[in-house]
Design a protein around this ligand. Structure first.
Ligand SMILES: C[S@@+](CC[C@H](N)C(=O)[O-])C[C@H]1O[C@@H](n2cnc3c(N)ncnc32)[C@H](O)[C@@H]1O
Length: 243
């Protein structure tokens, strides 16, 4: 289990995620890649926010669901809409034993520590926590491909995790809307497709299926960060069988 401390967003920063903009794609990918599940049980959505994904999976596919999120306000909003939810930490998740699949929708890139090595440990830890359950994991994550090696994800992490650089970027955002980010001062760690694959493998999982998302617009100022493509891809992971 990860011993690094996560740098967490404030309640106000998390509140900017109370929307369902990406949920349609996530639920479509889950339906195509994960369903039908091999075992009966609950679909757990880690970092499931206000429960839009879990709600869709329940209504459209009929699976029982449970959201686990560290933000009490998100969990309260789930409860208000009758989506089962509990406050919990992705890094020390409450494992009930009734899970049939565990989902990570746009949460791994928020598991950031004080440095690159610590951040990788956290992202690995969130996945390995579930390894012994021997069930599939569904991951939907941001992909940042760069013109130069894997530079963009690192640059964005450097800017968003540094107070000084975030202040400068925040100032620039007044004039360049493409720079807007509610993660300034805390950090986010996006990765290229291949970097996520390597992380999944290092966590001890095989990648069983992949769905490449549609390219999003990379606004001109963001090209300064050497970004070639931004999209959201989905992955199904299963514990690697012992050699
Ligand atoms: C970008 S939002 C994603 C919300 C939703 N899954 C979606 O795709 O729209 C990230 C979510 O992860 C939650 N989160 C961040 N770190 C967490 C942790 N260590 N444990 C549980 N939830 C966490 C935040 O509270 C937030 O709801």
């Amino acid at each position: 289990m990860a011993s690094e401390l996560q740098k967490r967003l404030s309640a106000n920063q998390v509140a900017e995620f109370y929307h369902d903009v990406f949920v349609q794609d996530q639920a479509r990918d889950f339906g195509e890649l994960a369903a039908p599940l091999d075992s009966d049980g609950v679909v757990v959505d880690i970092g499931g926010g206000v429960g839009y994904f879990a709600e869709r999976v329940n209504v459209e596919l009929g699976y029982p669901v449970r959201v686990i999120d560290m933000d009490p306000e998100s969990v309260a909003q789930c409860a208000a809409r009758s989506v089962p939810a509990q406050v919990g930490d992705a890094l020390k998740p409450p494992i009930a034993g009734d899970e049939a699949c565990v989902c990570f929708n746009l949460i791994l890139h928020h598991l950031v520590a004080r440095d690159e090595a610590g951040t990788r440990k956290l992202q690995l830890g969130a996945l390995t926590a579930w390894k012994d359950r021997n069930i599939p994991l569904f991951v939907n994550e941001y992909i940042y491909e760069s013109f130069v090696d894997r530079a963009s994800g690192r640059l964005i992490y450097a800017i968003t995790s540094s107070k000084l650089l975030s202040d400068i970027a925040g100032f620039a955002a007044r004039f360049i809307p493409a720079f807007k980010a509610n993660t300034f001062g805390v950090g986010v760690r996006f990765r290229s497709h291949d970097e996520w694959l390597a992380l999944f493998r290092d966590a001890g999982f095989d990648v069983k299926a992949v769905r490449i998302g549609a390219d999003e617009e990379v606004k001109l100022p963001l090209r300064l960060l050497l970004i070639k493509a931004i999209r959201r891809d989905s992955f199904i992971l299963s514990p690697a069988s012992a050699a």
